[in-house]
Design a protein around this ligand. Structure first.
Ligand SMILES: C[S@@+](CC[C@H](N)C(=O)[O-])C[C@H]1O[C@@H](n2cnc3c(N)ncnc32)[C@H](O)[C@@H]1O
Length: 263
């Protein structure tokens, strides 16, 4: 069954963004719109919060615009919208529950489905082709670099003890997905563009779900923190409280980092 995606660390994201009624906000990872709808309720508008969060109502709001593209192409869209300064960016990385649970997308190692894993279904290359055609060395390289899989040269299931509830192919799936979708390259690029367009007082909130992504966010924010126009909001990342993890296990690995442009 496809579970409805629950936005992760929603209250924390809204608190850190400190939404201004007339501000301009970009949710770089719209997904199923959970965070976006709630951002919209904080903007000046003639609809009540309940009306906005009602199914699909967000699409009828004149204050909302959906652009379907990879966030790596952010610059191009800001240029065509003629927007230079943004009051807040949100990146909620990883996959939404609906992507993970959709059998045809092939993201989940728990489902017996074709190995597709394309975030953008218009792209041609699928994981199936990579698995069937890449050399053993190249595959081991992908597992090692994008899955931090130390046993990259073995046959996955036979390398692991049977005990424990972690699936043996967990890291290999992560690696293939990251490699196929160029996720780390896109993230690095998008963060650079977003920081460049932050308005004074603007905030950038990033939620990541694994160490490779978090490392990029941490490093980028650290570099900007050293520049006097920016400051890191809290040195350590925020994590969801146990009640949220209980209600939504997907949140368990979330780490939130926040950067502010102070002038
Ligand atoms: C967790 S979902 C966002 C969910 C959304 N916040 C909500 O509440 O419905 C993340 C989305 O960003 C996309 N995404 C994540 N990392 C990406 C990357 N590095 N490059 C491109 N798209 C990415 C995924 O395909 C997915 O649609």
């Amino acid at each position: 069954m496809i579970e409805l995606h629950k936005p992760v660390m929603l209250n924390e994201a809204l608190n850190y963004l400190k939404i201004k009624e007339n501000g301009i906000y970009i949710d770089c990872t719209f997904g199923t719109g959970g965070h976006s709808q709630n951002i919209l309720t904080k903007l000046k508008n003639d609809k009540s919060a309940q009306e906005i969060v009602k199914n699909k109502e967000i699409f009828n709001s004149p204050q909302f615009q959906l652009i379907s593209d990879n966030f790596a192409n952010l610059e191009k869209h800001l240029e065509s919208l003629k927007i230079k300064e943004i009051d807040g960016f949100l990146f909620d990385l990883g996959l939404s529950s609906s992507q993970l649970d959709a059998e045809s997308r092939g993201f989940s190692y728990r489902l017996n489905s074709p190995l597709d894993m394309r975030m953008n279904q218009e792209n041609k290359l699928q994981v199936e082709e990579i698995i069937n055609n890449y050399s053993q060395e190249k595959l081991a390289d992908i597992f090692y670099h994008y899955g931090e899989e130390r046993k990259a040269l073995g046959i996955i299931a036979s390398c692991f003890p049977k005990k424990g509830n972690k699936h043996p192919a967990r890291k290999a799936f992560q690696a293939l997905r990251i490699y196929l979708n160029r996720e780390l390259e896109n993230l690095t690029h998008a963060l650079e563009i977003a920081v460049k367009h932050l308005a004074p007082g603007g905030k950038m909130v990033v939620i990541s779900y694994h160490s490779l992504e978090d490392r990029i966010v941490k490093q980028t924010f650290k570099e900007y923190n050293a520049v006097e126009d920016f400051q890191l909001i809290c040195k350590k990342p925020s994590v969801p409280d146990p009640t949220e993890i209980k209600k939504n296990y997907r949140a368990h690995s979330a780490k939130m980092r926040v950067l502010e442009r102070i002038k």
